[in-house]
Each structure stands twice: as structure tokens, then as C-alpha cells.
Design a protein around this ligand. Structure first.
Ligand SMILES: [Fe+2]
Length: 207
């Protein structure tokens, strides 16, 4: 009797697990190599503030801060994860040798935050250097994960006073999430880089 009952219930359980619309959800942002590193925060409980390794020992110290807004550009977005990583003062992504996952490419200068109802975020780190060959301006990579979307990348944080950031290079920037170029101001001995982010802005297939 029990066996018959189980057999009768199998189709019901299959139905529960089925994506019966037959449609694969559309990828927002056109895909991205390494964006899944946003999930590599391990056991850490994410809060709106993170301090990256090397903050105490390196300079110039840098605070990245601002508000993450919904696509209307006005409503603060909560529950949003941001992931950043960048080079050290010699322009390389430093590794200790025991990195796993995307840490083997991104190095250990990386951090994660999760916004609360205010949408605000802050990363405490230091200003990176350009790659040793000078091919790219100083930059800090940024990836975002909203609660109901796949992860996607935003424009890097870049510096207005960076001579490598030519007009030609600026013209090619997609401004994903809004412009990433800023002019940090000294506040309490820390270069403070203010940047607000608008989710979905200039992001392909964002609905
Ligand atoms: Fe890079």
C-alpha cells in the first residue's frame, strides 16, 4: 500500500521541481568572466562596510562610498551585494599562494558588502596603481548581485586625475551603473571617493 502511495505521489513531486514555463531566465548584463567571484565571501556575514587587506599598512588610504539605488535612481536598494578587487601599489593583483577560486586571478585585495535599507556602502582600502606596462588606468573592479537578478559587472572605479585615463579611453566607457570616474577628497586623512550606483543603468537585458 505504501509503495503504491509513493508511486502515485512521484509525479506530484516532479511537478514541484519543474520549471514548467520551459523558459530559461534571461541573463542580465551580457555575462561576465569571473563575476561569480561575488559569491566567494565564504563564512563572512556581509554588512554595508568592509575593510580590505592592506588598508592599515598601505597608502594613500581610500574609502569608496555611496548609495546603491534601484533603477529609478531614487529608491535606495537593500540586500545588494557588491564585490571589489584591485591591484596593489605596484600594479599587480597580489597573491599569497593559497588562494582558491577566482582569488587565484583576482588576488587577495578584495572585499564584499551587502547593503541595508539605506542602500549605502563603504569599502576601506588604498589607491591601486596602474598595471606595470601602463596599459590601463588605475582601476577597481566592481561586480553587483541584486536579490532577484544574476550577477553582473559595473564600470570600474577610476580616478579623474589619472593621466592614463585619456579622453579617448573615457569615451569608450559604457557607464554601467553610472560613471565610475571620481575625484576623491581628503576627509579625516582618507581619500574619500563618492560614487552612487544606479542598478540596471546601461545594463543589457535589464528589466
Ligand atoms: Fe584589472
Amino acid at each position: 500500500m505504501t509503495r503504491i502511495l509513493i508511486k502515485a505521489l512521484i509525479p506530484f513531486f516532479l511537478l514541484l521541481n519543474c520549471n514548467c514555463s520551459g523558459q530559461t531566465p534571461k541573463m542580465v548584463g551580457g555575462g561576465c568572466e569571473g563575476c561569480e567571484a561575488i559569491f566567494e565571501f565564504g563564512e563572512k556575514s556581509l554588512i554595508p562596510i568592509d575593510t580590505l587587506p592592506g588598508f592599515d599598512s598601505s597608502s594613500p588610504k581610500l574609502k569608496l562610498t555611496g548609495t546603491v539605488f534601484q533603477s529609478d535612481g531614487k529608491t535606495p536598494a537593500s540586500g545588494v551585494i557588491l564585490y571589489v578587487y584591485h591591484t596593489d601599489r605596484t600594479g599587480i593583483y597580489p597573491k599569497k599562494g593559497n588562494e582558491t577560486g577566482w582569488g587565484r586571478r583576482h588576488g587577495y585585495l578584495r572585499g564584499w558588502i551587502k547593503t541595508d535599507e539605506s542602500g549605502q556602502y563603504a569599502f576601506f582600502t588604498f589607491r591601486p596603481a596602474a598595471y606595470p606596462d601602463g596599459s590601463e588606468p588605475e582601476h577597481i573592479h566592481l561586480t553587483v548581485k541584486e536579490p532577484d537578478k544574476n550577477e553582473y559587472y559595473l564600470d570600474d572605479f577610476m580616478f579623474e586625475d589619472d593621466l592614463i585615463l585619456t579622453q579617448q579611453k573615457r569615451a569608450l566607457l559604457p557607464n554601467r551603473g553610472g560613471s565610475g570616474i571620481g575625484s576623491p577628497k581628503q576627509e579625516n586623512g582618507i581619500l574619500t571617493f563618492h560614487r552612487d550606483i544606479t542598478l540596471g543603468l546601461h545594463i543589457p537585458d535589464y528589466e
